[in-house]
Design a protein around this ligand. Structure first.
Ligand SMILES: NC(=O)c1ccc[n+]([C@@H]2O[C@H](COP(=O)([O-])OP(=O)(O)OC[C@H]3O[C@@H](n4cnc5c(N)ncnc54)[C@H](O)[C@@H]3O)[C@@H](O)[C@H]2O)c1
Length: 343
């Protein structure tokens, strides 16, 4: 594991009681973090130089969970060292970087996967199955809601915030560019490839890329919207980040509601379906957001053993990045952006 900061509290559980992989070493540039994780997780070793991890011939796969500006150079190095890679989102700052990462993985014969955990959240996966079974008929539209609350949720260390203040390191704002990656990937997960995007992105507290309203059209003709706000005084009920996410999928004969994900503002079941005049609440699904990280990581490890691709593949992750960057470009230009026509 390269980069062992806040989010990796949710990465480590994938390796507990999991016979298919062993977490051998933990690497963090901050020696205190590396030592602490080594003790907490009982790894054989700890390191501060990621090149030492890459030089170890016994390591098959690395996780890269570092600040965004390091994703591109570290992935290229890991490819050179012929390690399979699970990379945290967002994939990179630019499409050119994404293309270089995909090409490097292909040339090296290794698998590159971006851990976009939301699409492994059990209620999302069940909703997708319902869609595929035709429970709401043909999908017509989707509405995604993101409320970034200023209060509530788990503790985030100051060091985790600090690098996010510099856009040279993050590549974009915290709402649409950073958290937005999950929303763009969820949109593709439910509605397929996206052709066009049109966005209004304003600023809160100078540096925050919200409020924003982003609309798009899928290749299938499905229309989607994301409505994102910063709510500095909102106390969000959450065991994790103070993010309130909800999705409504509307079809020709029904509606699916995903009422929660990271946070849990609504005291409603995580997944509800209205179809054929009947409302069904799915109560028996695992709803802990942590499950999405566990299932995503384990799926990747199994995919390496079974020699099959695992989502998000580098190519799929690049498409999500293209969608996100297209939204930012649209807001800058004040007009829709054709994602198929952009370089
Ligand atoms: N999926 C999600 O919901 C989610 C949520 C939060 C963060 N993330 C992503 O996870 C990644 C890490 O975010 P975080 O919140 O854990 O940040 P963090 O700052 O807590 O952790 C990053 C760690 O990387 C280490 N690091 C920096 N440079 C390094 C280097 N050269 N070699 C080794 N380690 C180095 C830092 O010391 C730090 O411990 C980011 O890509 C972020 O967007 C995803």
């Amino acid at each position: 594991m390269i980069g062992a900061g806040r989010i990796t509290d949710l990465h480590y559980p994938a390796y507990v009681n999991f016979p298919d992989a062993e977490l051998v070493t933990v690497c963090d540039a901050d020696e205190t973090v590396a030592r602490r994780r080594h003790q907490e997780w009982g790894t054989k070793r700890w390191e501060t130089d990621y090149k030492a991890v890459l030089a170890d011939p016994d390591i098959d796969m690395v996780e890269i969970n570092t600040p965004h500006h390091l994703h591109h150079p570290m992935v290229l190095e890991a490819c050179k060292a012929r390690k399979h890679i699970q990379l945290q989102k967002p994939m990179a700052h630019t499409i050119q970087e994404c293309n270089e990462m995909v090409a490097a993985a292909k040339d090296a014969g290794v698998r590159l996967k971006v851990i976009e955990n939301f699409i492994f959240y059990p209620p999302y996966r069940k909703a997708k199955r319902l869609l595929e079974e035709g429970a709401i008929g043909t999908l017509l539209s989707m509405r995604i809601r993101l409320g970034c609350a200023g209060l509530g949720g788990w503790w985030v260390p100051l060091t985790t915030w600090l690098w996010r203040l510099a856009e040279t390191e993050t590549g974009g704002g915290p709402v649409v560019f950073d958290d937005g990656y999950h929303k763009f990937s969820s949109a593709i997960f439910f509605g397929g490839a996206v052709d066009r995007v049109h966005a209004w992105i304003d600023r809160s507290l100078t540096a925050i890329d919200a409020p924003a309203v982003i609309s798009w059209k899928h290749q299938s003709g499905v229309l989607g919207t994301l409505d994102a706000t910063l709510q500095p005084n909102l106390q969000c009920t959450s065991n994790y980040y103070s993010s309130d996410e909800r999705i409504e999928l509307t079809g020709t004969k029904g509606v699916i509601w995903l009422n929660r994900c990271t946070g849990k503002l609504l005291d409603e079941p995580a997944l509800e379906l209205f179809s054929d005049g009947v409302k069904t609440s799915y109560e028996a699904i695992e709803t802990d957001w942590e499950a999405s990280f566990r299932d995503s990581t384990r799926d990747f490890i199994r995919s390496l053993i079974e020699n099959r691709p695992a989502s998000l593949t580098g190519e799929e992750a690049s498409e999500v990045q293209r969608f996100c960057l297209g939204a930012l470009e649209s807001a800058r230009r004040g007009q829709p952006v054709d994602l198929r026509g952009e370089g």
